[in-house]
Design a protein around this ligand. Structure first.
Ligand SMILES: Nc1ncnc2c1ncn2[C@@H]1O[C@H](COP(=O)(O)OP(=O)(O)O)[C@@H](O)[C@H]1O
Ligand SMILES: [Mg+2]
Length: 284
């Protein structure tokens, strides 16, 4: 497999690997085959007089096209796991690989969606979604056409020229999702992306995400502390133990998306997962 180039390096049209399309690097991996391996991840935070073990022996294999949720109480280490995968922090030990490449620094093969949006407030919606492609050196016309396609996919076509500060929270996160997806990363990491939204907006956002995923078959690791959200969205739910987080249980979620939230089998699974969380001495 060809090597992924360093983030920020510009591509030329003849380059085999485009930084804005890293999913193409993995096109030989079949749907469902492992695309990411997290092995014995351990993260210890050291401050002047204390050591916090945030993650302990976290091992997970992610299949291509899979949507995996990670649930656990606040403070158990979810963000730490995601930041390690993103290459934003260096694990104390353990190994994370995507394809055959180790994730030791950020790269455009992994796209991130943050809970607090992390957008450029002074840029328009279009300019925010175009940003990564600008850095990758994608020509202007192509950049614009692709950005508009994803802006439409998240239902913001009327707001392409609006500035971020003019948008509601739900709209901001639509921009965050479009910005990640437009780069065609091999894996998308989402850290409680709907956590700051009211319940109704949150449901609408989940439905929107399901629609986009069905059309693009992206691999997603989705962190949430909502069991309902995890059951509505994902193929598998990883239930974490209390801190230091390690995997307590993995639950397979049956049924194709879009799902019926009121289906009794989800009520059952919800009970099961809440039971696991309670056993870990934690409440939602
Ligand atoms: N930069 C840091 N320095 C020291 N401790 C940290 C740091 N970031 C997180 N922690 C601690 O690590 C634990 C896990 O944090 P985090 O991964 O943010 O949990 P979650 O996302 O599940 O709420 C918490 O106890 C938190 O206080
Ligand atoms: Mg967190």
């Amino acid at each position: 497999m060809s090597e992924i180039k360093v983030e920020g390096e510009r591509y030329k049209a003849k380059d085999r690997v485009r930084l804005d399309r890293t999913d193409e690097l993995f096109k030989d991996i079949a749907e469902g085959e492992p695309i990411m391996n997290i092995e014995h991840l351990r993260v210890v935070y050291k401050t002047d007089n204390a050591e916090t073990v945030a993650v302990e022996d976290f091992t997970l294999q992610v299949g291509k096209g899979e949507l995996i949720s990670i649930v656990g109480p606040s403070g158990c280490g979810k963000t730490t796991i995601l930041r390690s995968i993103a290459g934003l922090l260096q694990p104390t030990s353990g190994k994370i690989t995507i394809g055959n490449k180790e994730c030791t620094s950020p790269g455009s093969d992994r796209g991130m969606v943050f809970q607090d949006f992390a957008l450029f407030p002074w840029r328009t919606v279009l300019k925010n979604v175009e940003f990564g492609m600008e850095v990758a050196g994608v020509p202007k016309e192509e950049r614009r056409a692709r950005a508009l396609k994803y802006i439409k996919a998240v239902g913001l076509e009327k707001f392409a020229d609006s500035r971020i500060h003019e948008l509601s929270g739900g709209m901001k996160q639509r921009v965050g999702i479009a910005r990640a997806m437009v780069m065609h990363p091999a894996v998308i990491l989402m850290d409680e992306p709907f956590g700051a939204l009211d319940a109704q907006t949150r449901n609408i956002m989940q439905e929107m995400l399901v629609k986009i995923v069905e059309h693009s078959a992206r691999t997603i690791i989705f962190v949430t502390h909502s069991v309902d959200e995890a059951l509505y969205l994902s193929d598998r739910v990883v239930v974490l133990s209390k801190r230091p987080s390690t995997i307590y249980k993995i639950v397979d979620v049956p049924g194709n998306r879009p799902r019926d939230r009121t289906d009794p089998k989800f009520t059952e699974l919800r009970k099961t997962i809440l039971g696991y969380l309670e056993k870990q001495n934690v409440m939602e």
